[in-house]
Design a protein around this ligand. Sequence first.
Ligand SMILES: O=C(O)CCC(=O)C(=O)O
Ligand SMILES: [Fe+2]
Length: 254
Amino acid sequence: MTLTKFAAHEKEAIKNYYDTYGYVVVQNLLNYTKIQALLASYEKIKHSNLFIFFSQDTHLPIRPKLTPEGFIENSMLNPASLKLWRGFSQSVENCLVDENVIDVLSFLSGGSNHIMMQNMFFDKSTGTIEHQDHYYLDSNPPGKMVAVWYALEDIHEDAGCFFVLPGSHQGKVIERDNASNFSDHDTFVKSINALINEGGYKYRSFPLSKRDVLFWHPYTIHGAYNNCDPRFSRKSLTAHYYPAHLKPMYATNG
Ligand SMILES: O=C(O)CCC(=O)C(=O)O
Ligand SMILES: [Fe+2]
């Protein structure tokens, strides 16, 4: 199935598509030179014995463990904040806050300035179960956060693609019972699966091309498939932003 992708200047069409389906892909949005700089600094640090990062999937600080093909399997939480590895973290930040990406973000969220709540880096990486980001983080009032997925290479179908359930942002939203922890996470997983069955939503997989960027709504159900072929990585970044005139949801002092 061909994917619908927009050019950056098609602002109205981008906004309409996002409002209707809960996500939108903008083609060739990310600067090629910035991607190359990021990949070059990543190649250097991933072989260093001194390099430690916070793993998003295990919630632990770890050293890189490379697959035989040379990919790190664990996803990295907040790579843009690795202060001791400034070359790498700065190149991540340069991609994340690329002016073309921020421009699209602004007309999707309606805000002129944004706060980045978190960012992630994926190389080979494990799959991600179906979820709505709202359960973990959002703006307050809710529904105004925008999440962004940046393709740093051509993503193969078997690499463990990011997926979205189009239109699912218009259905029910699963709330966290307890704002300060995730103790009801098992219930959340069951509720999301029930929601998918009830809503009859379909899965759409995104084997995006290098430089493509996908934006999605905090209520949209999404995740990533497991890798099916160890030869393929899925080098990508994600970040979540809320308009600066709003507050973050679930923040204890917010
Ligand atoms: O790419 C992935 O595995 C999932 C990322 C995700 O769900 C997110 O950034 O909110
Ligand atoms: Fe997510």
